[in-house]
Design a protein. Structure first.
Length: 240
């Protein structure tokens, strides 16, 4: 009996979920039964850039994993309305991990930076995996420790580095994470604006624009449309 359109869609969705979970360190060493259960309970969707896939203060009912394409920025809005950037996430990265600490509501926003494939796993299923699969606990602990280390590094950078050094650090990490080799250097493929960079390093858009211009005149950077190219990573690292 030939497959119906719905059957094909379900099979395609399950394949995309499988491929996404293979990208995620959170599911790297779990039991086969855990991964199969995640595939059966998860859903997948493709959303346009600028979509808020996690909203601060909303009920935490799912854990999200970014698929093969798409990036998201994570931020928190303070009581006075100021936006506090928390970082960027890419393929295989988890969104909404604060819910793993039994938080009933999300503590941050996650907004896609471009069209993104998003896998959504019900939180109740993740809690069952934690209770039943011994490999799941260390994976979650590793994820939370990674986030803690990222926060500590950001605090250290804010305290002990000037704006140029913080900008150089940001560019080097972005080049490592999203770098694409080109004849001119390493293209940072993520579409990050000057304002987003300024928020991430604790500066202003004007200062970031001026500092980027200086680095470009010195031959350390170039541009390709709205994206930056790191021409000399070794030279840029001396600015740290």
């Amino acid at each position: 009996m030939p497959l119906t359109e719905d059957d094909r869609r379900i099979a395609d969705d399950r394949l995309r979920v499988q491929q996404t979970l293979k990208l995620s360190p959170l599911f790297d060493r779990v039991a086969r039964s855990t991964r199969d259960a995640a595939v059966s309970t998860a859903s997948v969707e493709v959303v346009p850039g600028g979509t808020t896939v996690i909203e601060q203060g909303s009920v935490a009912d799912a854990l999200l994993v970014l698929g093969r394409r798409g990036r998201a920025r994570v931020e928190r809005v303070a009581l006075d309305g100021r936006v506090i950037p928390l970082g960027y996430r890419g393929r295989g990265d988890v969104l909404g991990e604060s819910s793993l600490g039994r938080s009933r509501r999300h503590t941050e926003n996650a907004i896609t930076m471009e069209e993104a494939e998003v896998v959504r796993i019900p939180l109740r299923s993740v809690q069952e995996f934690l209770a039943e699969d011994p490999a799941m606990g260390p994976a979650v602990l590793g994820l939370l420790l990674l986030r803690q280390r990222e926060t500590e590094e950001r605090i250290e950078s804010m305290l002990f580095r000037n704006v140029e050094a913080r900008l150089a650090e940001f560019l080097l990490k972005a080049a490592e994470r999203w770098g694409v080799p080109t004849p001119k250097g390493t293209l940072i493929s993520a579409p990050i604006t000057h304002l987003e960079i300024a928020q991430s390093i604790g500066s202003t858009r004007e200062t970031v624009t001026l500092t980027l211009g200086t680095l470009r005149r010195e031959g350390l950077l170039d541009v390709a449309g709205r994206r930056l190219i790191v021409r000399d990573r070794d030279a840029l690292s001396t600015r740290l």
